[in-house]
Every structure is written in structure tokens, then in C-alpha cells.
Design a protein. Structure first.
Length: 646
């Protein structure tokens, strides 16, 4: 078992930064006082709850960031052994991440009663009573969110004690990033108008902030104990910090614009905290770039950056405890409260074309993926390698399809109109994935990305290979599993209460859209994908997969059309759109869309599969002809030699 270095980093920057963060959090709580509860019609839960909620949240978020950063550092900043095990530097980081995860878990457990007391304006003694605790746990989102985080933190902490290999370390890092999200998506950003923008923005903001802070802590500790590959570690950190800064700036701007009017900037407590975060972010972006270019004492300079980051965390904790101005907006319509925005009128072709609301998660993802794909094609062409233009066109069309389905009028109306939602579902699940898998992104990436080199930390190429060949990927991309998931998702979603629950919360609706794309991609990858699947099938078996799913989609559409009960009726009745009162008629239209739009892409897939099959057979025939010509030439040569001997 590898042993970490015995040299311990100096605690100066952490002590200074944490002290300031605690003071900032406490100061904001003291300034706000019961102003966080009185405007909401709640009584003051007491000093213990007001200060305890902010300070325990500070511990939870700080420990979560250190856990995530340590695991990411071990996976992407240290060199694994040839056997796949983690090296001493990586082992030290994983153990540090595991210890931080236990602190994270303890703080998350404490946040459950604190959130109950804070959300209801009651003292801890009252919410800890068994009957009250059970009732509040079932009624409030915040405690349930912290319970999910608690489970994730305990799993990460337990697994980190047993992890000695690189691949599980990367998986734990992804899981830790997920554990950050439940409390974030049920906070201030999930309320009132614009919460679709704000929720997506806070997801990006929280992950970027925790990743930057956590990796900064890990890098500082690594440099102070004299770890290996310091120049490469610093270079990789500079790239990561630059990306995180851009994400933080963009997502923070969106969140601030949604949660408060610009006129409140500096005039209210929340606006003052936003202004402070802007200043700190600018300081990090400006001075941080200058500090990291300095050649002397990088650990000390990074320590200064760490202090600034921790001060920013303290400001964020204060913001989490302070009601934003727009939270108290009593003029928001039902549509704004439920969807985050008002629908301008009945759906129409003109409305689909002119009503745009950019999806910060899926929209940003496809824009970035399209740019990365074009960068990969450009790299291949620069070194003289060809890449089929048809694949590039397919990938770009697939990205554009996702963008239109989620950010145009289709995406806007899909949240409130069942028939439009069904159309978007078909596009995301059955059209966009077909185009994406025909782009061959994995093959392109493996050809364009350089290998990390022996003895160096793994790069993007190695991470991609690991993800594609990981046990979860092999399981999900198994033809039988992919087919079952592709078909059963329709029935499990629409014929259970799951659909209404997903439509009622923006984060769940977003997760549903991501699920549509991923499940469709897995299925079509095994059927017509350009990239080699983990378990390749002969073309005849792929043809069988296509024919196998066709009846299920037709049956699904017919069932929806013939139903007498309205799917998610409570949700649509609550929304109460004046021009969408006949819910059964709209549902009938949605079923027809599912029937027609579900079969058309499968016909396209069938044509593509038969074309691939034909080309495969032609290539095999040409190889056989070449082999036959070589055998004939060898036979003639042998006869010529025999004739010469005579």
C-alpha cells in the first residue's frame, strides 16, 4: 500500500481564510437578524438556529469542496501506476478526501434539523420532537435534500477508505459533485419567476466553485509537501481555474439578475453581498492570473488565492441566509411560480420560431460539444488526416436539434403543454441521438487527443477511454439493457406518478430531458453508432433490435390516445392556462405525436443500418477479392517456378 508523504503543509492560509469566512457568515447573520424570517410570515427561530444554520452550512460546503477537490486532484493531477493503482500523492489526496467526506456527512446530518427550524421559524427543541420531525421531513424539500447529500457523503467517505485504484477514484469524484446539488436546487434559486434560469445557473455555479476551491486546497497541500510533477500540476490547475472563473462569472450574473433588480445592487443586504462577490471574483480573476504567472514561491501565492476564495465562500453563506428581493415578489403569476415564466399564448409555429429561452445546461452543453468537435476536426486536418464531412454534419445537426428542442419555443411550451412536451421528448430521444451517434465523437476524440505519456497524470484521452470501457458503461450499452431502457422509459415515466413529479420541479424536468438524450444515445450507439460499441453486434442482430422496439412505441402512442384519465392532471390544472383547458384533447394530440414521430426516426435508422450493412459487405467482398488475387498470383508463381525447373 502506498504511503503519503510525512511532510505536512503549513495551515496558515487555511486558518486565515476559514477565520474570515466564519466571521463574514456570522456578521451577515447578525445584520440580517430575524429579517430572514419576518418578511416570510415566520417567527424568529432563535439565535442558535440563525447562527447555527449559517455556520453548519459553511462547514458542510467547505468540507464538500475539499472532498471533491481532493478526489479530482488524485484522479487528474497525479500519475497512476501502470497497474492502474494510485501513486503515493494520489493516495494522500484520496485519504484527505475521505476524511473531508466524513466532516461533510456530519454537517449534512446536522443541517436536516437546522433546515427544518429555519424553514418553519421554530426552535430546534420543537422540530426535534419525533412527531414534528417526521412531519416536517415529509413536507419540506430542504431536509430531504440534505438527507440525499448525507447518503452520498457517507458512501464517498466509506469508499475512499478502500479505494486504491484510479478508476474508482474518478467515479467517486463524479458522485461527490452530484452530492453538492440537492441542497442547491431547492434553495432561493428554485423560487418565483425566472427560477428555470436561476436553478440551472446555481447548478453550474456550485460545482464550479467547489471544484475550484477544492482543487486549490489540494494543489496547495501538494506543493507544500514537495509532491511530484509540480510544473504540470500548476499548468493543469491554471487551466481548470480559468474555466471555473468563466463559469462562475456567467452563472453568478444570471443568478443575480433573476434574484434581484439591478437597482438593489448595494442598496439591500443581499445586493451588497452580490456586489462583494463581484469584487472578490474580479480580484480572483485579475490578481489570480498574475499570481500564478509568478515563478517564485507558488505555494505561498496560491495560499493568498486560497484566502480570497474562502472569504468569497463566507459571503456566499451570508447570501444563502438572506432572502433575495425577488423572493418576496407577491405579483408573480401562477405560471411564473410553477414554470418560471409566462407563456405568451397558445402554441403556434410562429411562437416556436420566435420564443427563445436558452437552456443553460443542455444548451451550453451542446454548444461546447459542437465547438470541441470542430476543434478536433481542425486538429486532424492540420496534421493531414481526413475526417468525413458527413460525420461532422451529423454531429452539428444533432447538437442543433438538442438546442432547438430545449431553448426555442418548443422547449418553452414543453413545460406547460403536454402535446408539445411529447414532441420534444420524441426529438430528444429519437432524432437527436441518431444524428449524434452518426458523428462518431469518441473515434474523433481518440484520434485528436494526444496521449498523456508514460509516467504523467492522465489526460482527457485516458479519461474518455476509462469512461467508455468502465463497467457501468459496458452494462448500460449492452444491447439488451439499452433496448429495455429505451422502451421502458416511456411506460415508466408517463404511466406512473413520476411524470407529474418531474414536471412540477424544474430540476427534475431538466434531468428528464438529459435522460431522454442519454438513453436514446445508448440505444442508437449499439444499433448504428460509428464508434465501436462495448459489445458489438452483427448487422442482422441490430436489425432485430430496430424491429423489436417499433411495436412498443406504436402501442405507447395508442394507449395515450385512448386514455380517459389525464396524465399529470393536478399539475396542468394548477397551471390553468386559459387557452389549454381541454386537457384530454391535448393529450390525444400528444399520443398521436408519439405514434407518428416515434416511427419516423426508426425508419431513418433502418435505412442507415441497411446502408451500413451494405457497405460492410462490400468492404468484406473487396478484401476477399484482394485475398483471392493474391492466392492466384502465388499459385501462378509456383507454376512458373516448376516450369523453370524443367
Amino acid at each position: 500500500m502506498p504511503e503519503p508523504s510525512s511532510q505536512r503543509p503549513q495551515p496558515g492560509p487555511w486558518v486565515a481564510g476559514l477565520s474570515i469566512a466564519v466571521l463574514v457568515t456570522a456578521a451577515v447573520v447578525a445584520i440580517v437578524g430575524d429579517g430572514a424570517h419576518t418578511p416570510l410570515g415566520l417567527s424568529d427561530p432563535g439565535t442558535a438556529v440563525r447562527f447555527g444554520t449559517g455556520l453548519v452550512r459553511l462547514v458542510a460546503d467547505g468540507a464538500a469542496a475539499i472532498c471533491l477537490g481532493a478526489l479530482v486532484f488524485a484522479a487528474l493531477f497525479t500519475s497512476p501506476r501502470e497497474s492502474g493503482g494510485i501513486a503515493p500523492d494520489g493516495f494522500a489526496a484520496v485519504r484527505a478526501g475521505g476524511s473531508a467526506a466524513w466532516v461533510w456527512a456530519a454537517a449534512a446530518a446536522a443541517m436536516v434539523p437546522f433546515e427544518m427550524a429555519d424553514a418553519t421559524g421554530q426552535p430546534l427543541s420543537r422540530v426535534l420532537a419525533p412527531e414534528a420531525f417526521t412531519g416536517l421531513l415529509g413536507a419540506l424539500y430542504e431536509p430531504k435534500a440534505w438527507l440525499i447529500t448525507l447518503l452520498v457523503a457517507v458512501f464517498v467517505a466509506t469508499s475512499a477508505r478502500m479505494t486504491l485504484r484510479w478508476r474508482p477514484t474518478l467515479g467517486l469524484a463524479v458522485l461527490a459533485a452530484f452530492g453538492l446539488l440537492p441542497p442547491a436546487v431547492v434553495g432561493h434559486s428554485a423560487s418565483n419567476g425566472g427560477h428555470d434560469f436561476a436553478t440551472n445557473a446555481i447548478v453550474l455555479h456550485v460545482v464550479a466553485a467547489a471544484l475550484w476551491l477544492g482543487v486549490l486546497v489540494a494543489v496547495t497541500a501538494h506543493l507544500r509537501r514537495g509532491g511530484a510533477h509540480q510544473e504540470r500540476v500548476l499548468a493543469r490547475y491554471r487551466a481548470l481555474a480559468g474555466v471555473c472563473w468563466v463559469v462562475l462569472a456567467a452563472s453568478g450574473l444570471v443568478d443575480a439578475l433573476v434574484l434581484m433588480p439591478l437597482g438593489d445592487l448595494g442598496r439591500t443586504v443581499f445586493g451588497t453581498l452580490v456586489l462583494a462577490k463581484v469584487v472578490l471574483l474580479l480580484v480572483l480573476g485579475g490578481s489570480g492570473a498574475w499570481l500564478r504567472r509568478r515563478a517564485t514561491a507558488p505555494a505561498a501565492l496560491l495560499g493568498a488565492e486560497l484566502v480570497i476564495m474562502l472569504v468569497s465562500v463566507g459571503v456566499s453563506m451570508g447570501m444563502a441566509h438572506t432572502p433575495p428581493p425577488n423572493l418576496l415578489d407577491r405579483t408573480a403569476s401562477t405560471s411564473e411560480v410553477v414554470l418560471g415564466y409566462d407563456l405568451p399564448g397558445p402554441p403556434s409555429l410562429l411562437g416556436f420560431l420566435t420564443t427563445w429561452r436558452f437552456d443553460l445546461i443542455l444548451g451550453t452543453a451542446v454548444v461546447v460539444l459542437a465547438a470541441l468537435y470542430l476543434a478536433g476536426v481542425r486538429r486532424l486536418r492540420r496534421r493531414g488526416d481526413a475526417w468525413p464531412a458527413g460525420r461532422t454534419a451529423a454531429w452539428l445537426c444533432g447538437c442543433a436539434t438538442v438546442l432547438v428542442a430545449t431553448s426555442s419555443g418548443l422547449g418553452v411550451y414543453s413545460s406547460g403543454v403536454f402535446s408539445v412536451h411529447m414532441l420534444v421528448h420524441m426529438v430528444l430521444n429519437m432524432l437527436a441521438p441518431v444524428l449524434l451517434v452518426l458523428g462518431g465523437p469518441i473515434t474523433l476524440a481518440l484520434r485528436a487527443l494526444p496521449p498523456a505519456g508514460k509516467g504523467n497524470p492522465y489526460g482527457a484521452r485516458e479519461v474518455l477511454l476509462t469512461a467508455v470501457h468502465s463497467p457501468p458503461a459496458r452494462f448500460l450499452a449492452h444491447p439488451a439493457i439499452a433496448t429495455v431502457l429505451f422502451v421502458s422509459s416511456f411506460y415508466a415515466l408517463y404511466f406512473t406518478p413520476l411524470f407529474e413529479s418531474a414536471m412540477s420541479e424544474h430540476w427534475a424536468h431538466e434531468l428528464m430531458n438529459v435522460h431522454f438524450v442519454l438513453i436514446g444515445y445508448l440505444y442508437y450507439w449499439t444499433v448504428i453508432g460509428v464508434d465501436p460499441a462495448p459489445k458489438p453486434l452483427p448487422h442482422l442482430a441490430r436489425l432485430g433490435m430496430v424491429f423489436a422496439v417499433m411495436p412498443f412505441h406504436a402501442f405507447f402512442g395508442v394507449i395515450v390516445m385512448s386514455m380517459d384519465a389525464v396524465i399529470a392532471e393536478n399539475f396542468y390544472r394548477t397551471l390553468d392556462l386559459p387557452w389549454a383547458q381541454d386537457l384530454l384533447a391535448d393529450q390525444f394530440l400528444g399520443g398521436g405525436i408519439a405514434w407518428a414521430a416515434g416511427e419516423a426516426p426508426l425508419v431513418v435508422v433502418l435505412i442507415a443500418l441497411l446502408t451500413q450493412w451494405y457497405r460492410h459487405d462490400m468492404r468484406a467482398a473487396r478484401r476477399a477479392d484482394r485475398s483471392g488475387d493474391e492466392e492466384l498470383a502465388a499459385y501462378n508463381t509456383m507454376l512458373a517456378k516448376l516450369a523453370d525447373r524443367r
